[in-house]
Design a protein around this ligand. Structure first.
Ligand code: APR
Ligand code: PHB
Length: 395
């Protein structure tokens, strides 16, 4: 087989890249090791920046999210048992965010790819990338007991943190930056109405909590837990009881509990790969970087990587210019590091660190108190939360 771009991974990054390339007439084949059902079973954050909404519109997959997405113009910070609203819209000159689950974004992308009759090969085994530092790269994989090879012009590594593409780059050619946090997030999905119409981020002496949502009838809650905790040890009742202890009286009164339809514990890390391009191989999304979920930047960073990469690959395939692909890594990393810094800062501000002591709690509360009373402080929080403009900082 032959195509212009082989995309490894059919998560949001790979599917969005495939859609943008298709819209520009560039051929791509996507290889995915899991089944479509498995990919859709992953529960991830769902706060979309305007930049992400623009990319999804360009890809032609924003019809459902425009109908079903929840527009949010602010969120609450809860600390010392009091809630304070960060008014995103007024602090950013009118910007908002859209609450729409990543699962739904992935589903919309899958449906669009299928409707266009494009090739996604699911349940592939042993994908391997070859000669990506030459002019004749290829990708091989096993399917139904047979080995197949696809020759191509470019390879897009959209295969997530545990993928094969980044792992195939010689260690002398890549630098990895990592910070692992000393706690995890226990997440629960429930078919219960959200406790509040907007999100509530909680700094409690018992640990961080987040009240989020997927719709007006489906809620998503998180509790900071020790890394040693096992999800099996957390009954639904124990979860709701601990969440109540971290909420303010009004939220406690409005909380509607119910059976969890998904419950899991995820670790938190900050991770960045430099560079993101290796000859004809380009990394995008979680394959290149991970953020702690506090700032809801994971999907949004993946979307802007893919926007930059699709523009560059289209320019290379259609106009035969390499300017975009030569600039891809530098352009992505500037945005990635800004989002990593915000996600790390917001995580450090809201979570209870094992070694912070009472002084650490007082310093967090002092910073939160400053933020909510300072327009400059609130604006800094707001402009990073809604997402900086696509060309921010570019000459
Ligand atoms: N061969 C083929 N497919 C692979 C391989 C492999 N060797 N390794 C991983 N994959 C697939 C995974 O099964 C997954 O479907 O690549 C896909 C990667 O998808 P994600 O991990 O979701 O990463 P990405 O598409 O970049 O999306 C980033 O997902 O994890 C969240 O917070 C993150 O919201 C962000 C988004
Ligand atoms: C979620 O709904 O999963 C979510 C929302 C906001 C965050 C993190 C996760 O900051």
């Amino acid at each position: 087989m032959r195509t212009q771009v082989v995309i490894v991974g059919a998560g949001p990054s790979g599917l969005l890249l495939g859609q943008l390339l298709f819209k520009a007439g560039v051929d791509a084949i996507i290889l995915e090791r899991q089944s479509p059902e498995y990919v859709l079973s992953r529960i991830r954050a769902g706060v979309l920046e305007q930049v992400t909404l623009d990319v999804l519109a360009q890809a032609g997959v924003d019809q459902r999210l425009k109908k079903e997405g929840l527009v949010h113009t602010g969120f609450d910070l809860l600390f010392k048992s009091e809630r304070h609203r960060i008014d995103l819209e007024s602090l950013t000159g009118g910007q908002k965010v859209m609450v729409y689950g990543q699962t739904e974004v992935t589903r919309d992308l899958m449906d669009a790819r299928q409707a266009a009759g494009l090739t996604t090969i699911y349940e592939t085994n042993d994908v391997a990338i070859h000669d990506f530092d030459s002019d004749h790269p290829s990708v091989s994989y096993e399917k139904d007991g047979q080995r197949h090879t696809i020759t191509c012009d470019f390879i897009a590594g959209c295969d997530g943190f545990h993928g094969v593409c980044r792992a195939s780059v010689p260690s002398k050619s890549i630098q990895e930056f990592e910070k692992v946090y000393p706690f995890g997030w226990l997440g629960v999905l429930s078919d219960t109405p959200p406790v509040h119409e907007e999100l509530i981020y909680v700094n409690s002496t018992r640990g961080f909590a987040l009240c989020s949502q997927r719709s007006t009838t489906r809620s998503r809650y998180y509790l900071q837990v020790p890394l040693t905790d096992k999800v099996e040890a957390w009954s639904d009742d124990a979860f709701w009881q601990e969440l109540r202890l971290r909420l303010d009286p009004e939220a406690r009164e409005h909380l509607v509990t119910g059976p969890s339809i998904e419950k899991s514990i995820a670790p938190l890390r900050s991770f960045v790969t430099e560079p993101m391009r290796f000859g004809t191989l380009f990394l995008a999304g979680d394959a290149a970087h991970i953020v702690p979920p506090t700032g809801a930047k994971g999907l949004n960073l993946a979307a802007t990587d893919v926007k930059y990469l699709s523009d560059a690959l289209i320019e290379a395939c259609v106009e035969k210019s390499h300017a975009g692909i030569d600039h891809y890594s530098t352009r992505c990393l500037a945005r990635i590091w800004r989002a990593e810094r915000f996600s790390w800062w917001f995580t450090s501000l809201m979570h209870h660190f094992p070694d912070q002591g009472e002084m650490g709690q007082k310093l967090q509360e002092a910073e939160l108190n400053y933020l909510i009373h300072s327009e400059a402080g609130s604006r800094t929080m707001a402009e990073n939360y809604v997402g900086l403009p696509l060309h921010f900082g570019e000459k």
